[in-house]
Write a protein that binds this ligand. Sequence first.
Ligand code: ZN
Length: 152
Amino acid sequence: MQGLAINNFSDGVDFMIATRYLEFETCSGDTRNITEDVQGAVAGSGITAGLATIFVPGATAAIITIEYEDGLAKDLWNALERLIPQEMEYLHNLRWQDGNGHSHIRASILGPSLTVPFDTHGLMLGTWQQIVFLELDNRSRKRKVIVQIIGE
Ligand code: ZN
């Protein structure tokens, strides 16, 4: 499930698009560092400069950047619990009985994607800035994260 297409801008400059997928199983509350996987997808694409978009199709997960370390991960989840508590009345839960109203709201606020520029040196991330997947749902999931790379 990987694609590479070569296209033209109207002035004749070639650019390429490569699409890669990261697939993994999660548990509720997973904080997963996917920086190396994204870096690998970019390096293996043959594209040497451009933009990588990392996108999770799903309404109860998020792609963020953070300094990836245990303490901060806990701080982040604690902050999410303070801001958007699990144990509240959500109309979504009353309607669907799936208990993940908080998951959806957290996912909406954090967002499903990032765009990161890269060149021959790799992703242009800060030293302490990792690309992190958050499993916000209240159950285990199979996830497929899309990494779409556009450049020359
Ligand atoms: Zn739901």
